[in-house]
Structure formats: structure tokens, C-alpha cells
Design a protein. Structure first.
Length: 277
């Protein structure tokens, strides 16, 4: 109900009268097929931040696409973002970068290092790195990591919502172990877990969250530290493939919002074939 002094409910202005014209979209979602979504897209004009262990700029799989590298240090508990020339301290971030470039070869990468040589880090550094990436106005952020810190839950939720309303698409891997972790459990991110079919162009939509999308994440060939390569399994390696698809969508349709990107990915997902064995 509205009070007696108001003729319309609060927040209704965009949907009333002449204001409706402002809702016209440059790219309408009236042909939700893969040809419309991805044809000719290569990631050009799109920036993807990788919040992880760093990215090895000279790795062949990265293809010279690393535009900037920073790290997050904690000073008296507060995150401070500084330029970073250490590369990748573990290999994990390079793996993510290589998977993204493989699908979106003209994308630009930004490395935000928040994990150390043991692939561990502080929640405050993770939060600070994510916040920095959002503030830079990147198009997509790949988060192949998570936090279980209850203390930081509200802070992560606030940053994730800020990203959503700023048009920054967050793609977050679900934890490999059972139990709640975030930001993958937040509704405004694209949450990803692994399937075992060896095809980066095969993804599934799960209408029963919390994890919404499945991408190839079992025995995935990946780049690794010091120019090496290997194969690995984990939700960490499924998320970059969905992040790459999000980058392709933004490249092909620059005006798409995070909500629309999720909708297109859901609409163009593969239909599962019933197991008749």
C-alpha cells in the first residue's frame, strides 16, 4: 500500500508512462539460440579479472592477453592493492586464464593475486581483491575460490550485489567439498560445478540451485606454472569455461547485464540426455 500523499508506489517510476521508453534494450533477448548468442564472438573488447594465485604472463596458453597484474596485501588487517610482477605462485590462476583464452582468444585479462604458494589466502585479501576488480569496471570476474568465513559473509554479499548492479558478471566455482561457501551461494553470481563430458561447449543449467551451471571440470587439460601443462579435476576448472562464455556474450552483445547473461546461458544450455543404462 502507498500512503495517502503518494499516487504511485516507490520505485515504480521506470515502469510508468513515458518512462517506459527508457527500458528499450539495444540487444533484445528474442532469439535465444547459440547462433544469436555467440556467432563471431572472440572476446574482443571484454576484460576478465581472475582473482586467484596470479597469472603467468608469458605462458603460451595465456597468449599474451594479460593486461594488468596486481596483488592484495594486508596492512594492519586492511587490504592494499599493489602492482604485481611475481606471476603465478602456484599455477591455479594460470590454469584459469588459459581456459578463458582458449574459448575467448581476444579477451583481455587482469590478474588479482590473493592466494599464496600453498593456494591459501586470507578472506580479507579475497574480499579486497574482488572489491578492487569491481571498482575497475571489468566485464567479468572469474572466482575459482571461495570463503567460509561467517565474519565476512555480509561484506561479500554487499560487494557481490554492488557488482551485479554495476554490470559486472561474477562467475564463481562451487566448493569442491560439501558445505556452504560463498560467493557461489549468492543468487546474483553465476555458480558453477563440474561435469565430466570433455567438451568446453557443453554446459548444463540446473533449475534447482544453489549451483546453477555445470561445465567440463573432470580431467581437464590445463596450463600450469613455469610454462607447464597438466590435467586436473575440480569446480575451479569448470568456472573459467562459463566465465569465457560470459565474455563471449559481452563481446557479441555489449549491453547485456549480468541477469541477461545468466538468462542466455540458461536458455542455450544443453539438454541432458536421460541415462538409459
Amino acid at each position: 500500500m502507498t500512503d495517502s500523499g503518494s499516487s504511485r508506489p516507490a520505485w515504480s517510476e521506470p515502469f510508468l508512462g513515458s518512462a517506459l521508453a527508457s527500458l528499450e534494450r539495444a540487444s533484445r533477448l528474442d532469439r535465444l539460440d547459440r547462433e544469436w548468442a555467440f556467432e563471431g564472438a572472440d572476446g574482443r573488447g571484454v576484460t576478465v579479472a581472475i582473482v586467484d594465485s596470479g597469472v603467468e604472463a608469458g605462458h603460451p596458453a595465456v597468449g599474451g592477453r594479460l593486461r594488468q597484474a596486481v596483488s592484495v596485501e594486508l596492512e594492519h588487517g586492511d587490504p592494499v592493492v599493489v602492482e604485481d610482477d611475481a606471476g603465478d605462485l602456484f599455477g591455479h590462476g594460470t590454469a584459469c586464464g588459459g581456459l578463458i583464452v582458449d574459448l575467448a582468444p581476444e579477451v583481455e585479462l587482469v590478474s588479482v593475486r590473493v592466494l599464496g604458494t600453498d593456494l591459501k589466502g586470507r578472506g580479507a585479501a579475497f574480499l579486497g581483491g574482488l572489491e578492487w576488480a569491481v571498482e575497475q569496471g571489468v566485464d567479468v570476474v572469474n572466482l575459482s575460490l571461495s570463503s567460509r568465513s561467517e565474519v565476512l559473509f555480509a561484506d561479500f554479499h554487499e560487494v557481490v550485489d554492488r557488482a551485479y548492479f554495476a554490470g559486472v558478471t561474477l562467475v564463481s566455482a562451487a566448493n569442491n567439498a560439501p558445505g556452504a561457501s560463498y560467493p557461489s551461494l549468492f543468487a546474483s553470481v553465476i555458480s558453477v560445478a563440474a561435469h565430466e563430458e570433455p567438451d568446453p561447449w557443453r554446459w548444463y543449467y540446473n533449475p534447482h540451485p544453489p549451483v546453477e551451471f555445470g561445465a567440463w571440470g573432470v580431467d581437464v587439460p590445463i596450463a600450469w606454472k613455469d610454462g607447464a601443462s597438466t590435467a586436473a579435476t575440480g569446480n575451479s576448472f569448470a568456472a573459467p569455461q562459463i566465465a569465457a562464455l560470459a565474455a563471449l556474450l559481452r563481446s557479441r552483445h555489449p549491453g547485456l547485464t549480468p541477469f541477461e547473461i545468466k538468462a542466455v546461458l540458461a536458455a542455450t544450455a544443453d539438454r541432458p540426455t536421460p541415462d538409459r543404462s
